[in-house]
Ligand binder design. Structure first.
Ligand code: SF4
Length: 429
């Protein structure tokens, strides 16, 4: 049987698609990218943005016509499958199975025509590794208990479940054996990780400490995403004290206004967020930051928007994922009074993006010149004599070298200039 997987949305969705792919290959099935050759298509959906859902409805239309041309089993899984199970069954009766997020591990059984049981709890998959990659995701938890008022995740992924430490360590040992150089510990809110190992309670900082002795070739450990309200001094100290934990933190702040943060149910304030950022920078002077930030939340005033700009200015991110509020049906924010005009949201977002582009160029230019450990990701598109690499701070390098390299090689680069978002330099030999 040949299968094709289409994935949308977050990194956890991408990691889960890789795991499903590995399991299907393990069952003797063959991967294809050609819809005409596929016997089965799995669409791993996302519900976070309306645009993603619209796109998936379009893909369903496409596969409906494919099904008329040749036999095809069509499976829809992921957050949209969870959120709109009944609607999908009604509006797209040609879909053979709508499989919720907690049941993804059963897809191979379904395709092998074994019975699909109803599962109530999320099952972590055995491995999320894609053969040949030097960088891999390691999910450590699933779900979220936070119920931010704009977010659909707690409704579609359910409550927080932490993956056992033993399973995480065994996946890391497996990845070491595969030559992986970089791992990203994944979860909707990684710093509420909670488990027990050898009779000892394990929180997220302790999990990082437990993982460290198991690392041999893995140079960078990253994690995504932490919630600012749960970011403890102990966690900052563990990051500072362990060389292999990347000194680059993705900290989703969402807004710089205390009133808007409260409406978002973020359980933190502007002052606490700024204090956390100052503390992080003090404890780890080499730290760089990235963030998620949203403008145009219902009732956001110009002054509150300006507070977001000033928080972003002080935070000084080298990267930011910026978006405007887009109501998600089923969330509290979708039915809040004071929804803003699209034109206001777009104007605020465009201005924020302009400001961030200038700010990140300033921060990056101020870092020059410097020397960095990085991992080769390929060759430059513009110049095949130059390699591309990614460094600890999630920064990209274009560099020349007298040595021939393969993807995944570790290199030391002397960076001397910045072009766009990419540092340029040469390998130190
Ligand atoms: S922390 Fe908030 S934004 Fe993040 S997944 Fe949970 S509810 Fe959604």
């Amino acid at each position: 049987m040949r299968f094709l997987i289409e994935s949308y949305g977050c990194q956890l969705n991408m990691a889960e698609s890789t795991a499903i792919e590995t399991m299907l290959i393990g069952r003797g099935m063959e991967k294809t990218d050609d819809p005409d050759k596929a016997d089965a298509v799995i669409i791993n959906t996302c519900s976070v943005r309306k645009t993603a859902e619209n796109r998936i409805w379009g893909r369903l239309g496409f596969y409906h016509s494919e099904k008329k041309k040749h036999p095809l089993t069509l499976i829809v899984t992921g957050c949209m499958a969870e959120r709109m199970k009944e609607e999908l069954k009604k509006e797209a009766p040609f879909v053979d199975a709508v499989i919720g997020t907690n049941e993804k591990a059963e897809i191979p059984d379904f395709l092998s025509s074994e019975k699909l049981d109803e599962f109530e709890t999320y099952h972590f998959l055995p491995s999320y590794y894609r053969e040949g990659e030097f960088s891999s995701y390691v999910p450590i938890m699933n779900g979220c208990n936070n119920f931010c008022s704009y977010c659909i995740v707690p409704y579609v992924r359910g409550r927080e479940i932490s993956r056992p430490v033993e399973d995480i360590l065994s996946e890391i040992s497996y990845l070491e054996g595969k030559g992986v150089k970089e791992i990203t510990l994944l979860g909707q809110n990684v710093n509420s990780y909670s488990s027990v190992y050898n009779g000892e309670p394990v929180d997220f900082p302790r999990l990082l400490e437990i993982i460290m002795p198991y690392l041999r070739n893995i140079s960078f450990v990253r994690f995504d995403s932490p919630h600012p309200k749960d970011f403890s001094d102990r966690l900052i100290a563990v990051i500072r004290d362990n060389d292999r934990i990347a000194k680059h933190i993705h900290l989703p702040v969402q807004s710089g206004s205390t009133r808007i943060l409260q409406l978002m149910n973020r359980k933190t304030t502007r002052e606490k967020t700024l204090a956390l950022i100052r503390n992080m920078k003090e404890m780890i002077p080499s730290l760089t930051l990235s963030t998620d930030v949203m403008v145009g939340f219902p009732t956001e005033t110009e002054e509150e928007y300006e507070e977001t700009l000033s928080l972003m200015e002080e935070m000084g991110c080298t990267e930011a994922f910026m978006y405007y509020f887009n109501p998600r049906e089923g969330t509290r924010a979708a039915s809040m009074d004071g929804q803003l005009e699209e034109s206001v949201k777009i104007r605020r977002l465009e201005h924020l993006i302009d400001m961030q582009i200038k700010r990140q160029a300033e921060i990056k230019s101020a870092m020059l010149p410097f020397t960095a450990l990085a991992i080769v990701t390929g060759t430059s598109r513009d110049d095949e004599n130059r390699y591309l690499a990614r460094g600890e701070h999630n920064d990209y390098f274009s560099f020349s070298s007298e040595i021939e390299h393969n993807v995944g090689d570790s290199v030391i680069i002397d960076a001397t200039e910045l072009k766009g978002n990419t540092f340029r330099g040469c390998e130190r030999v």
